[in-house]
Design a protein around this ligand. Sequence first.
Ligand code: SF4
Length: 454
Amino acid sequence: MSAPDSAIRQTLANANLQLAIYSNTGRLKNHRSKAVAPDRFPEYQDLRTRAAAIKRHTLAFLDVYLLQLEHAVNDNGGKVIWASTGEEAADFIIQLAKDREANLIVKSKSMTTEEIHLNDRLAQHELETVETDLGEYILQLAGQRPFHILAPAIHMTRHDVAKVFNEKLGIEHDTVIENQAMTARRVLREKFLNAGIGITGANFLLADSGGVVIVENEGNARLTLSAPKIHVTVAGLEKLIPRARDLPVFLDLLGRSATGQPLTSYTSIVSGPRRNGELDGPEEFYVILLDAGRTKLLADPEMRESLQCIRCGACLNACPVYRKIGGHNYPWVYSGPIGKVITPQFQGVEKDPWLPFASSLCGACAEVCPVKIDIPSLLLKLRKEIVQANPEDRRYFRIWAWLMQRPGMYALAAKIGRALMGFNIGPLAAWRSERDLPAAPPKSFRDLWKQRKK
Ligand code: SF4
């Protein structure tokens, strides 16, 4: 049950990468702390409680709200597509692109589409998909997956970006960030104008009005949903909230928790195709509701709490483990504390059983989560499942339980353990190669206790 050691060691040994992760997550973390400080935002804790309650309620009545959303989207002239797997979602888009002869697709940042490897699936059918979020665009050129659920290229410096642009776009090596942004803007503007389909994710889906809410800072999502003739939203079932009037609760929390902004630069709410007399907007409007394991999670009354996540990224920035090992050492697209909870549930606990154990359970994630997900408790539940399924681990815990019930044996084992602490042999050597083991104090607790009693 061990993590991908060599890759993690490489990350830890890369001083530039360490600096990039630590300083960038630190910056986001500080912005968040200031934005939610009681003197600046006294309603913060109340809003967290309300947001968590709304999400809990929505998940409890998800079947009702999903049907309500479908009716509202239909009434607005759009169409809901139910996809039980990523394959089904991709198949719908592939067929749509073929029917409409749309070979170029623009896309705004969406972790849900990352999750189902949508770009790869479309590429297999010779459909060109272009990421239009600056960070995602850089990663697409570099052939990398997101490093962070909010800031996908958080690990890259301007020098890294200059190298990628030089190699992939053939432009002069230029490390000025403004020039790099202008280069991306020039390339992407052409793509927006020529794309037949625009694909976005959704931060929220409004059941009462059929609205798709997209929150962003660059304006690329707004162009993606309005420039091409066809707009497709790919969203997980859990993105639903019951009413448009619930939205301010989440908007107040999301921007502050993510980047420390009271509100992000663009908040788009789109609820259907262009109507008669409207000058812009898509002619066709589809919402793909993706299950891909979510209903299985929903069926577990404890674990379903993880579906409350609004992907703000605050728990990643607060996590001492993420801030050392970064995002690419996590086995799936979702990294950090929430990734440790979601990944085993979507991919099976047996696949990467080390994941829920890669946490100190310090609780920093739960403290910053705007929807109050108790990540440490969920990790403990996953650990229990893994240990129960693993006979070797159960044996260790049985030995431990046996010892704890026999004080004499326990004292003897503790003595041997204290003596071994000074040696670097066998499995101890491997364990100590990554950890500083403090020297054992001259007297054990038992010795001190005995002394005190005397
Ligand atoms: S678990 Fe909470 S803090 Fe982490 S990304 Fe989700 S909403 Fe944000």
